[in-house]
Every structure is written in structure tokens, then in C-alpha cells.
Design a binder for this molecule. Structure first.
Ligand SMILES: Nc1ncnc2c1ncn2[C@@H]1O[C@H](COP(=O)(O)OP(=O)(O)O)[C@@H](O)[C@H]1O
Ligand SMILES: [Mg+2]
Length: 380
């Protein structure tokens, strides 16, 4: 890693620095890192083109590394922007929101400083950054949206919440009175009638009446692909280690008011099916093979006992392992879908697992594509 560190920006939740040509966001809380990573890596796997994609994470230093962008829309707006660029950036913002909405996600912090601009030679490339509040439409952290970009009345966690923020940004882009960029009445300073009538609709008091990103693209005459996503998750029968610990998982989820626990169960089940079971199956076969070889030397009874003892030990180890994974899954669910982060200490106490084991399982789950995709499964 390069010694040279340049500060790229600072928000309420993290500090971003340029290290070795990459942007590194440092978090204060583990749950914030887990939330942002899970949402970001899911978007990467889904192949979005207009949202930031994380590259790696480090649970010890609480850092996420991403590709570095040149600037953000706030800085561009403050410097002054051409008419052509205003439309270009609006189009790219809407393209990003179409991608999120197709996946049933709400960003919950759409504002110019979270829109990153300029990648390599493409100075006009705009993507949606800061995935710190991204969640499924029913669980998005709307109350944490910057005040200037959220509705003053009846806040909802639907898609309309982000669309209200788009209305405020459009006023900032298109109002001819620089000071009048927040209120509905400011639309009188917008020359383009299509734009001003869209802003009025984006400020509708009933969130569901606000146009969604795809509808806006159509009305503005921008081409937009149909949603082609297919449900990709596979449903497996429950692996036996997890089946045994179902009550344990239920108990923890209930005591911490965990949302979407059935998706957590499915995600962990798939993970265990692919990893623990497969691997353990092989291991078991391997050790059986070995003891079979020893058969000739050892007495039959002795061998059988040994095998039984080993089997019991393996079983206990596996169950403990599953508990670690369950606690890590609960933590991920609470970080992405919970209203506020849960206390790690009390979670570990409740689950009776060590911090070291928990962190190890957490790291493994966050690095598993199938796990993350099942946790973030868009059908809700
Ligand atoms: N990948 C990046 N490349 C360049 N600058 C970035 C990048 N990510 C964030 N920044 C800068 O850092 C600022 C804060 O980052 P952000 O992710 O919004 O943190 P917070 O969650 O604390 O608001 C952004 O406004 C932006 O200027
Ligand atoms: Mg931010």
C-alpha cells in the first residue's frame, strides 16, 4: 500500500482517502461497513453500471476499498455547470435509480455529494455512491437522509423517498434562481416545462404518486431497458446442522427483532450446503478411507470406537461452527435491514460465541457471492 494518503472526502459515517490509487472509506462502526459492503457487492454481482462497486474490505481496520472517482456533483454544481452536462448527469442519476429500483432497493441518501463523477478518461461518468443506507424498499433507512433532500411530511420507505430527493437535485440543476432550490414554488424559476412539471410531481405529498425513475426516463425521452432480472436463487432442503439449530436462530432473531430472518436462513443454508456439507462430506470420506486402511493393524472393536468418538467430535465441531455462522448472519441481517445497529457484545453473549470465531464467520459470509445474493434477494 502506498504511503501517500490524500483525503477525498468526509461524511457523517466515514472518511474517504486516496491510498495507492484507490479510494478507501474508513468506518466507525462494523455494522455500517457490513451494510455498505453487502449492498455494494450485491450490486456488483448484479452487474449495475451506475452505482459504486466495492473492491475489498478489511474487518480489522474497518475499511472498504473502491475505485477512486475524480469529484462529486456537489463540487461541480458549486463551480458552475453547462446546460448539456445538467441533462447528462440527470440521465445518469436516473439510470442508476432504475438499476436500484429494479432490484427493489432504496438508496435513502440521494444528494449531490453522494454522486461521484469522473472515471479515468471519462470525465462525465456519474455513478451513485455512498451505499450506507441502501436497503430493500421496506427497510431503507429513510430517516437518516440529509434533511434538505427528504420530504418534510409523511416520510415513507418506498421508492418515492429517493424520487423526492431527485426533485430537489433537479431544482438545484435547473432553477434559474440559485437561492430558490428547495420549495415547490421554486419550479417557477425552471424554464423547461417538462422538467418543471416533473419536479412538481416528484414533490407530491403522497410518495406513491411520485414518478419512478423508469417513468421519468420515458417522459424525458431517454431510452431505457426493460427489467430483465430473473429470480436466481436456488432453494435447497435444509442442511441437517442448520435444521438442528433452527430454534437457536429463531431465538436470537426474536430477541433482537431481526427482519427478513427467513432470507438469512435461506442464505446460510445455501452457504452451508455449498461449503460445510460439501467439504465435510469429503473430509469424512477421507478420514473413513484412512481408518479403513488401518483396519488390518487395529482390532475391529477399537477401530469402531475410535471412529464413533471422532464422529461425535466432528458433529460437535460442526454444530459450534453453525452457531458462529448463525450469529454472523444475524449481524448481517440487522446491519442491512435493521433500523439501528445492534450491540455486538450482547449478541455474542446471547449466541455464546467468541468474537474471534464470529469475525471469522462474518468475513467468510461477506465474501460469499451466493450468501450475499440470497440475503439481498429482491423478491420481498
Ligand atoms: N470512490 C470514491 N472516489 C472518490 N471520492 C469518493 C469516493 N467515495 C467517496 N468519496 C468522497 O468522499 C465523500 C464522503 O464519502 P461517502 O461515501 O459519501 O461517506 P459518508 O457515508 O460518510 O457520507 C464523498 O462526498 C466523496 O466526495
Ligand atoms: Mg455521503
Amino acid at each position: 500500500m502506498s504511503k501517500k494518503q490524500v483525503k477525498l472526502g468526509k461524511g457523517a459515517y466515514g472518511q474517504v482517502e486516496l491510498k495507492g490509487g484507490k479510494a478507501v472509506k474508513k468506518f466507525k462502526k462494523l455494522s455500517h461497513l457490513v451494510q455498505e459492503w453487502t449492498a455494494g457487492i450485491f450490486l456488483k454481482y448484479e452487474g449495475t453500471e451506475h452505482t459504486i462497486h466495492p473492491l475489498s474490505f478489511d474487518l480489522k481496520s474497518l475499511e472498504i476499498t473502491m475505485k477512486a472517482y475524480n469529484t462529486n456533483l456537489r463540487k461541480i454544481l458549486d463551480k458552475g455547470i453547462s446546460e448539456e452536462d445538467k441533462r447528462l448527469y440527470l440521465k445518469k442519476l436516473l439510470e442508476g435509480l432504475v438499476e436500484l429500483q429494479d432490484l427493489n432497493l432504496v438508496h435513502a441518501d440521494i444528494k449531490p455529494s453522494n454522486l461521484l463523477v469522473g472515471k479515468g478518461d471519462d470525465k462525465k461518468h456519474l455513478i451513485i455512491g455512498d451505499l450506507g443506507f441502501v436497503s430493500h424498499v421496506g427497510f431503507s433507512k429513510v430517516e437518516r437522509t440529509a434533511e434538505a433532500y427528504r420530504e418534510k411530511y409523511d416520510m415513507s420507505n418506498g421508492f418515492g423517498h429517493d424520487m423526492y430527493s431527485v426533485g430537489v437535485i433537479m431544482l438545484e440543476l435547473f432553477s434559474e434562481d440559485e437561492k430558490c432550490t428547495r420549495e415547490k414554488e421554486c419550479t417557477k424559476h425552471v424554464k423547461d416545462k417538462v422538467i418543471s412539471s416533473l419536479i412538481i410531481r416528484l414533490f407530491h405529498e403522497t410518495p406513491d404518486k411520485r414518478p419512478r425513475a423508469r417513468e421519468m426516463m420515458k417522459e424525458l425521452g431517454y431510452p431505457c431497458n426493460e427489467n430483465v432480472r430473473k429470480n436466481k436463487s436456488k432453494i435447497y432442503p435444509t442442511v441437517k446442522e442448520l435444521e438442528k439449530e433452527k430454534d437457536f436462530m429463531d431465538g436470537i432473531c426474536n430477541s433482537f427483532e431481526i427482519k427478513r430472518k427467513e432470507y438469512g436462513f435461506m442464505a446460510l443454508n445455501t452457504y452451508l450446503k455449498e461449503h460445510t456439507e460439501g467439504k465435510d462430506g469429503k473430509d469424512a470420506k477421507g478420514s473413513e478411507g484412512k481408518s479403513e486402511k488401518k483396519d488390518g493393524k487395529d482390532g475391529k472393536g477399537k477401530k469402531d470406537r475410535k471412529k464413533k468418538d471422532k464422529g461425535k467430535k466432528d458433529e460437535r465441531k460442526k454444530e459450534k461452527n453453525v452457531k458462529n455462522y448463525i450469529v454472523a448472519t444475524v449481524f448481517i441481517l440487522s446491519s442491512v435491514f435493521g433500523r439501528s445497529s445492534i450491540d455486538i457484545k450482547s449478541l455474542l453473549e446471547k449466541g455464546k460465541v467468541s468474537e474471534r470465531k464470529f469475525m471469522k464467520s462474518l468475513e467468510k459470509l461477506l465474501n460469499s457471492r451466493t450468501f450475499v445474493c440470497n440475503i439481498m434477494e429482491p423478491s420481498i
